[in-house]
Write a protein that binds this ligand. Structure first.
Ligand SMILES: [Zn+2]
Length: 147
């Protein structure tokens, strides 16, 4: 079971991800559960970085935020809202961006974009994934032309 997150009942979910900090901690734990490896130089020692739950390589000083390389990287809305949107999309795949927009009180376009990202992720991996897996080099082009 890779991502049991969306098997939570709504109330459990609510309690687990009530603050942005909860979400960041969760993403950091998911991302580095097999240990930290610097994306730039491959070093495995780190200290804490600039932002909460980020990690900084002690060799090249590359700072990786908790959201980098996750589906919520550069997300326009608050993380708690993004988590709620993902939860809604996973539990109700047919939910419209209008409904999401009303629920979260966010612009419809913002919801539409994030929903699209989540739906594409589910289609690609067969399930929701927080962490963006690196595509095997070489297969990237084939996927593009297959659309
Ligand atoms: Zn490094």
């Amino acid at each position: 079971m890779k991502n049991a997150l969306f098997h939570f009942k709504p109330l459990e979910f609510e309690n687990m991800f009530s603050t942005d900090e909860d979400c960041l901690r969760f993403l950091a734990e998911e991302k580095w559960k097999d240990g930290y490896v610097c994306k730039k130089c491959g070093h495995t020692n780190f200290c804490s970085g600039k932002t909460p739950f980020s990690r900084r390589c002690t060799r090249c000083k590359h700072d990786e935020s908790a959201t980098a390389h996750t589906i919520f990287h550069r997300c326009k809305i608050q993380l708690t809202e993004a988590f709620h949107l993902a939860y809604a999309v996973c539990s109700t795949p047919k939910i419209s961006s209008w409904e999401l927009s009303r629920k979260l009180e966010k612009r419809q376009m913002t919801c539409w974009k994030l929903k699209k990202k989540i739906t594409e992720c589910i289609e690609k991996h067969g399930e929701f994934q927080f962490i963006e897996l690196p595509l095997n080099s070489g297969t990237e082009k084939q996927i593009e032309s297959g659309v």
